[in-house]
Design a protein around this ligand. Sequence first.
Ligand code: GLN
Length: 486
Amino acid sequence: MELYKLSAYELHNLIKGKEVSVEEVVTSLLQRIKKVEERVKAFLSFYQKEALNEARKWDKKISGGEEVGPLAGIPIAIKDNLCLDSAETSCASNILKGFYPPYSATVLNKLNKAGTILLGKTNMDEFAMGSSTENSAFQITRNPWNLETAPGGSSGGSAAAVASGEVPFALGSDTGGSIRQPAALCGVVGLKPTYGRVSRYGLVAFASSLDQIGPIAKTVRDCAYLLQAISGKDELDSTSLDYPVSDYIQCLIPDLQGMKIGLPKEYFITGIEEEVKKKVITATKVIQELGAQIEEISLPHTKYAVATYYLIATAEASSNLARYDGVGYGYRTQERTNLIDMYKRSRQEGFGDEVKRRIMLGTYVLSKGYHDDYYGKAQRVRTLIKNDFDKAFKDFDAIITPTSPTVAFNLGEKTEDPLKMYLSDVFTISANLAGIPGISIPCGFNKNGLPIGLQILGKPFDEKTILRIAYAYEQNTEWHKRRPGI
Ligand code: GLN
């Protein structure tokens, strides 16, 4: 049996039934990594030896009769902006090279408790800034469906690792779409939780009012299991909320009777690929057949979302990244004449172009005489965008849109034109600005065999409804079963 092809839930059943050992699962994935990683380049680091040791420990516990939870002994990968105690955490940036955090992110402690086995850390756009993973300072990750195309970003390493069968599921982070957009481009499932649902403690901050950690998996069920494990209030993150965590597995019922879903007309704009539009519309028909009522709605401030996001995200990033000055973290320049010179050179040598661009823009929009015109105004428009959703959710249980206007684009196609790259997130960023949850699931392929993603947005803290819709759709379609022929 080719274990690497299975979902986490399928692996769990085999492990629980003692049909395979955890060591066999880990070994199968390590072999798969050996076979494809040279081409995909999804990982920045591996914990091969530790993973095998953990696997053997689990096998002992299981043969000793210990109860096997749903995540026990299941291998996982994490984006390299999650701090892991004593392991290099680089954010795919030269400035953090050699940074070994003295603590682990809360989500990693939770996963550890649930029993997952960490296989490695995945590539990303530097500091999660980008939509193609090409902004990594270290390597280019390739989309397993076509190695000449980008996996999306910034969690492109995690999405490509799952799509290519190197790992059954992974964690990413989403500030403006970085879980959902790469999930769509790689033909897997990705979920951004409500802001405050999951602790950000130990996630290297990009834009603190937008960042959330979330799962990327082959199936909706696997996403639900991961979300269940990482959700909840954390004393170490004051923005995590003490709001009851639902049972995300119980809610997975393949029936949508009585549900009302909105289809916002602003998301079917010019610029969206015809095939993407067609597949999403076809998907809504399937959802309708499952019992949901679908109606066109309007989210009138959608057109301001990209501009608003790039003012707020860059402002917060410029402040968050001020700490990397060659003193406390990672890289320090060799050539220096005095303290100020050392700061400047360390930052100049350590950060890549996109990060510098954002620090400059963010510093400008926060500067004296301008902050109310730019940052202040952007915050006011953010409220209008949130109000659009609040209004829609008075009448509707969820909203359906395409995840990305295009399928995977060619490597290099958008790197010279940042504005073009920024438009990749036109459908995902509103959810971050409004703080609401969103999931992307596969809903078809274009004529060149590249995956297309469907996005479902929900009310704050109502992850269970979007999971339920996603699950019902998935159970009645075959898209999630297709795997790249790599
Ligand atoms: N692509 C968006 C950006 O470049 C979103 C990134 C993210 O969600 N981390 O900012």
